[in-house]
Design a protein around this ligand. Structure first.
Ligand SMILES: *Cc1c(COP(=O)(O)O)cnc(C)c1O
Length: 369
């Protein structure tokens, strides 16, 4: 039996050939392919300005700078996310203020956000966990009421929608990641959708050492920028991926439906299935919660014995030692802790066969008894 990983990118031969062409072209770092990729992303986002980055983390970091987040400011986010979402707030010397999740969506509980807003709050940084979008209507109502910037961490939600509108098509800052595990990949990479009031040229300077070049060959540096530019090698992978986004999404939805059908047909006591959203989610991940009391390590080992890879996305981040040192403690966010302790990511990727889903469900049942 072949090993089934929890995810695997689908890179076609045409994309591989396009990478080879870039390598032969003599121009392998940021160049025409990055511009082409940005244009394709912009077109997907309804014509909004988009700039490409070498990671979704760099993208968030620059977004925080552009949003005016300064040392001592507070940024509100969720404890149940990839730690990058909170790390970038620390890197900006700001304070991450965490708000517990809504157990139904496992995203930040918007009803609890306003109680966390203080005079120091500068921005909201919501995360669309597993590709299930945070309620954009309520989110932007809160932001408007308190005059807060929003940085949508949409690393996992490219291809998802809110009320028929694509994520990225509207809103304030929208940050995507193209890490290998995301629904569309460039190996490593990211993209930032910019709001109207932000100068794309400033975003470009923050991306690359703050440098602006003049036509006569002279240059200036007026802000402290980083080293965050995407390569043409990576951009050409993205250009091969983006046209397949809808196809990937269809396949993911269909596999997710099969998971629900299989677990509904043979329910496992205590196994908690994710929210059944077939309107908005891009099904970036399929994550049941293990029955209470299950030893997750033993479960992972039992699945591996059956040649199935599973993931953990994610333990509640406030329990990591760096965050405990900042004063966070067990019990602070009970819903995120409960989900973070029991979550398991089952295999879900476009190249998976229907029969793989059945095999996974059988293995889950066997591994839990
Ligand atoms: C992947 C991810 C990031 C970071 O993206 P990288 O490209 O890995 O830097 C940030 N936030 C969330 C929620 C992610 O899933």
């Amino acid at each position: 039996m072949t090993f089934l990983p929890f995810t695997r990118p689908s890179i076609d031969e045409a994309t591989i050939a396009s990478v080879a062409a870039v390598l032969r072209s003599g121009w392998i770092t940021s160049g025409p392919k990055v511009k082409e990729f940005e244009a394709a992303l912009s077109s997907y986002c309804g014509g909004r300005p988009v700039r490409a980055f070498n990671s979704g983390t760099a993208t968030l970091q620059v977004a925080l700078t552009l949003a005016g987040v300064a040392p001592g400011d507070e940024v509100i986010t969720t404890p149940l996310t990839w730690v990058a979402s909170a790390n970038v707030i620390l890197a900006a010397q700001a304070r991450p203020v965490l708000v517990d999740i809504d157990p139904a969506t496992r995203n930040i509980d918007l009803d609890a956000v306003e109680a966390a807003v203080s005079a120091k709050t500068r921005a909201l940084l919501p995360v669309d966990l597993a590709g299930l979008p945070v309620d954009r209507d309520q989110l932007y109502q809160i932001a408007a009421r308190h005059k807060l910037r929003v940085i949508e961490d949409a690393a996992q939600s490219l291809g998802a929608c809110w009320n028929g509108k694509r994520i990225g098509e509207s809103g304030d800052f929208v940050s995507f990641s193209f890490h290998a595990n995301k629904n569309v990949t460039t190996g490593e990479g990211g993209a930032l959708v910019l709001p109207q009031d932000i100068d794309p040229a400033l975003c470009e300077r923050l991306r690359l050492q703050g440098v602006s070049r003049r036509a006569d060959g002279e240059m200036d540096v007026d802000v402290l920028g980083g080293k965050f530019n995407l390569t043409d090698i990576a951009a050409s992978i993205g250009l091969g991926q983006l046209p397949r986004l809808a196809e990937f999404g269809e396949r993911r939805r269909s596999l997710a439906r099969r998971y629900f059908a299989a677990f509904d047909a043979q329910p496992i006591a205590g196994l908690e299935l994710p929210s059944r959203d077939f309107e908005n989610s891009n099904w970036h991940m399929f994550q049941p919660l293990l029955p209470p009391g299950t030893d997750r390590g033993s479960f992972i080992a039992a699945m591996a014995e059956r040649q199935i890879g599973v993931g953990v996305h994610y333990p509640a981040l406030h329990l990591f030692s760096l965050y405990r040192r900042l004063g966070f403690a067990l019990g602070d966010y009970p819903q995120a802790e409960r989900v973070g302790a029991r979550t398991i990511t089952l295999p879900l990727f476009p190249a998976m066969a229907d029969a793989d889903v059945d095999r996974v469900c059988e293995a889950v049942a066997q591994s839990l008894c």
